[in-house]
Design a protein around this ligand. Structure first.
Ligand code: C2O
Length: 524
């Protein structure tokens, strides 16, 4: 399948579109993140993303990849089986994409600008949404949608009444829900009252089906579930709210809802208000439920996990606090105790270039845009999840890449730190899917934890939930030349520098070589 995805920028927003999870084999120019694989599209300019989708099926999504524009610029990208092929499960009667979003009453760009100026944490969102609708539980929600007088269609093509998305079902039928966490900064629990969910896919790879009552998705992750309308005909809430793992940090504690509505549900008598059935959501800090979910994933069968490892990498991921620079105004140091928030991997806080994209600089050999000294291990070893000495809280800023030769195999331990606070980090790698072969709490211990590696049927994903105060181990083969960002998908963390990039060199043949840049590639 060959896809052209053209973007004509309007005057006000300049959206670099990233197709999250599309592997972009040899077409890194079409990946989208600004200053990584392209310069921004100028107001009034246009750029056509040309790429092929190979071997991926399921749910991905697209989003702006420039500052916090993805708060409102995103959508689903659904890859169905080829003509004539079928799903590896019984064909559902319906399919419904559910995009969980995060809404600020203020302009999100103003929110992040203020945080960058002051050094403080940005304001949390005011609401979550499902396909753009907040649902019934907010003060601003219109009341009385059961009267069906306000039926319309929202931009996602679904029926909605007032502020609430309605998902209609016939008794007995099975619906494939394609759930995407397109929120900016919050992991979300997801439930449907009284209904079991059978997970069949995630991040556009099929998984060994398993049944659960609750999902947890980090921003960037997708989960495909089958749901059968096997309950008494009625209306049931579909609900999502925060999984907030960072202790004591403020978060948006609201709940967004949609309604699973049996078409044969009895009509409420005139004037009567029958509330849909509400699911009991896990507690905000219910790490046990989140972990039980993330560790249930398996590939459907044995998979070719790389075993001869060329690069054994260990990256710390976490926050930091920079001391106020001498002479700086106190208004720019409003982080905890007069500091400024920062974040890093292996003590390097990532800075995007501004004059060339990394891919262009690499392909054209332009010096001075990046360095290739991203460290394979933390510069200092410490008790990552313990009481970390204050002297280790201040990372170094830089644009550091790590070089891989075409075809090399990588094992990467992602180790969360407790600097300022431990929290769950959804770590996303562009241009690749990877196997998540293990995860756990505390510090990764090679002698003890390698025994937990699943080298048989680990899940293939593009975004890993690194447990709060813990670690995850991923493996992949560097078979896609280009420059590929690895970052925390909490946008507040990428703003602070929780990112790095892999530079994957060309192989020998044409099929192992990055394509030439397209003629309309935006330059800076
Ligand atoms: Cu969903 Cu860097 O992307």
């Amino acid at each position: 399948m060959f896809i052209h995805f053209s973007i004509l920028s309007d005057y006000h927003i300049v959206p670099q579109m990233h197709r999250h999870g599309v592997r972009q084999m040899r077409t890194g120019w079409a990946d989208g993140p600004e200053f990584v694989t392209q310069c921004p599209i100028r107001p009034g300019g246009s750029y056509t993303y040309r790429f092929t989708i190979q071997g991926q099926e399921g749910t991905l999504w697209w989003h702006a990849h420039s500052s916090w524009l993805r708060a409102t610029v995103y959508g689903a990208l659904i890859i169905r089986p080829k003509e004539g092929d079928s799903y590896p499960f019984q064909k559902p009667k319906r399919e419904t994409a559910l995009l969980l979003g995060e809404w600020w009453n203020a302009n999100p760009i103003d929110v992040v600008r203020q945080a960058t100026r002051t050094g403080a944490a940005p304001n949390v969102s005011d609401a979550y949404t499902i396909n753009g609708q907040p649902g019934d539980l907010y003060n601003c929600s219109s009341k009385g949608h059961s009267t069906l007088t306000k039926l319309g269609y929202n931009t996602f093509g679904h029926h909605l009444s007032a502020d609430t998305l309605i998902v209609p079902v016939d008794s007995g039928e099975t619906n494939l829900l394609r759930v995407v966490n397109s929120g900016l900064n919050q992991q979300l629990f997801f439930k449907v009252a009284n209904h079991k969910l059978t997970v069949v896919g995630a991040d556009a790879s099929y998984v060994k089906p398993f049944t659960t009552s609750v999902l947890m998705l980090g921003p960037g992750q997708t989960t495909d579930v089958l749901i059968t309308a096997d309950q008494p005909p009625a209306r049931y809430y579909i609900a999502a709210r925060a999984y907030a793992s960072a202790q004591g940090a403020p978060f948006d504690n609201t709940t967004t809802t949609a309604i699973l509505e049996y078409k044969s549900a009895p009509c409420p008598a005139k004037g009567a208000k029958i509330k849909p059935v509400m699911p009991t959501m896990p507690a905000f800090n219910d790490t046990a439920t989140a972990t039980a979910f993330t560790t249930s994933f398996r590939s459907p069968r044995q998979v070719p996990v790389p075993t001869n490892i060329d690069h054994n990498l260990f990256f710390t991921v976490g926050l930091g606090l920079n001391n106020c620079p001498p002479g700086a105004s106190r208004s720019t140091c409003q982080g905890p105790n007069g500091t400024r928030f920062t974040a890093s991997m292996n003590n390097a806080s990532f800075v995007l270039p501004s004059n060339f994209s990394l891919l262009q600089a690499h392909q054209q050999g332009i010096p001075g845009v990046f360095t290739t000294d991203f460290p394979a291990n933390p510069p200092v070893q410490f008790d990552y999840t313990g009481n970390v000495s204050r002297s280790l809280w201040q990372p170094i800023r830089g644009t550091k890449l790590y070089t891989l030769k075409y075809g090399e195999t990588v094992q990467l331990v992602l180790q969360g730190t407790s600097i300022f606070t431990a929290e769950n980090h959804p770590i996303h790698l562009h241009g690749y899917d990877f196997y998540i072969i293990a995860e756990g709490f505390g510090n990764f211990n090679p002698s003890r934890d390698t025994t937990k590696f699943n080298l048989v049927d680990p899940p293939l994903r593009n975004t890993a939930s690194v447990p709060v105060g813990g670690w995850a181990v991923i493996r992949f083969v560097a078979d896609n030349p280009g420059v590929w960002l690895l970052h925390c998908h909490l946008d507040v963390h990428i703003t602070w520098g929780l990112a790095m990039a892999f530079l994957v060199e060309n192989g020998v043949s044409e099929l192992q070589t990055l394509e030439a840049p397209p003629a309309d590639l935006p330059v800076c």
